[in-house]
Design a protein around this ligand. Structure first.
Ligand SMILES: C[S@@+](CC[C@H](N)C(=O)[O-])C[C@H]1O[C@@H](n2cnc3c(N)ncnc32)[C@H](O)[C@@H]1O
Length: 316
């Protein structure tokens, strides 16, 4: 059976994204032949490929991604028994209804953005590019980050950078953005990066700083704007409310997050939902070998929960 219409060499060429925690996704998700799975964040297709290999021709895999460029590439990569849909993972219940599929045995969410998106110089995700500051996963809806920056009020902007970027110089950065936009919109990634360097103590990172592991000062603001523009945390919370009802009893949900804001939401939702039983008390992290091969895996945290029948309420 051809689970993937590309051979390995073509597959590797079609994406630069290396899936994180690959062994752990299989070890904890336990996909088995004949099972039905959802990969809610298809990305470069690496995890989907592994899931398909495990569930085989008698299984079914729904692959979702919010990025039209990613879904186009995924559609070229995968065919039956995989189905690729453009949309958001918090709409998975609607796709299942559309496909007339029963509740699934497993769900994988590998949150955030892919290396393909980061490498795309026209999307504005990376502060190391000169591209327009778009930052939307779904370029067919919503407004690009640069447009939001033209009218958002200073307090909302500072609060967003503080809350989603955990940036202690959020007020200074917001003040400077508002100052600069009086004459010119902050339209490109390099413009924003330079403006951040001028707003924070220490400014532009020196080679020395980089060598000693200092995080680039632009990192936190870029993360905050991306989370805000894509409403990432609201979508995650909405999905965590809906997804347990898409799962068969005994089914597993595997979520990989990349920063503390996401991980906290996942941890609390798993712990507090009577439809779920926590499988991983502590998050699973990448091995030293993986972090040296794939630096992106350094901040990855994987949590798993199992769908159970909620206990009946206690009688009075
Ligand atoms: C970290 S990458 C996934 C990589 C993938 N697991 C792989 O092995 O290549 C995250 C992907 O999730 C997508 N994404 C982000 N938010 C989403 C959402 N709400 N619904 C569906 N996809 C989303 C992004 O467009 C990106 O392609």
């Amino acid at each position: 059976m051809a689970i993937c219409s590309l051979d390995l060499a073509d597959f590797m060429e079609s994406t630069v994204h290396i899936p994180v925690l690959p062994k752990e996704v299989i070890q904890f998700g336990k996909p088995e032949p004949g099972q039905t799975w959802i990969d809610g964040t298809g990305g470069g297709g690496g995890h989907s490929k592994m899931l398909l290999e495990a569930i085989g021709a008698s299984g079914r895999l729904l692959i979702i991604d919010r990025d039209p460029v990613a879904t186009e590439r995924l559609s070229a990569m995968f065919s039956s028994p995989a189905v690729v849909q453009h949309g958001s993972y918090d709409q998975a219940h609607q796709f299942l209804r559309l496909l007339d599929w029963p509740p699934v045995d497993g769900i994988l969410l590998d949150l955030g953005l892919s290396s393909d998106q980061l490498a795309d110089r026209d999307r504005g995700f990376s502060f190391q590019t000169e591209g327009e500051l778009d930052m939307r996963f779904d370029t067919s809806s919503g407004i690009p980050a640069w447009q939001w920056l033209t009218h958002v009020d200073e307090k909302t902007l500072a609060d967003t950078i503080y809350k989603y970027g955990e940036e202690r110089f959020s007020r200074r950065i917001a003040r400077r953005i508002v100052e600069v936009r009086k004459t010119d919109p902050v339209k490109t990634a390099d413009q924003l990066r330079e403006l951040i360097y001028r707003s924070v103590p220490g400014g532009r990172p020196s080679k020395f700083g980089k060598k000693h592991g200092r995080v680039d000062p632009a990192t936190r603001t870029f993360q905050a704007l991306r989370i805000a523009v894509n409403e990432e945390l609201d979508i995650l919370e909405n999905a965590l409310r809906r997804l347990p009802d898409c799962m068969a009893i005994g089914g597993l949900i595997v979520i990989i997050s990349f920063h503390s804001l996401e991980d906290r939401i996942v941890k609390h939702a798993f712990r507090d939902d009577p439809r779920l039983e926590v499988v991983t008390r502590k998050p699973i992290e990448a091995s030293d070998a993986e972090t040296s091969d794939n630096p992106r895996s350094r901040s990855a945290k994987l949590r798993v929960a199992k769908r159970v029948i909620p206990a009946p309420p206690m009688p009075y």
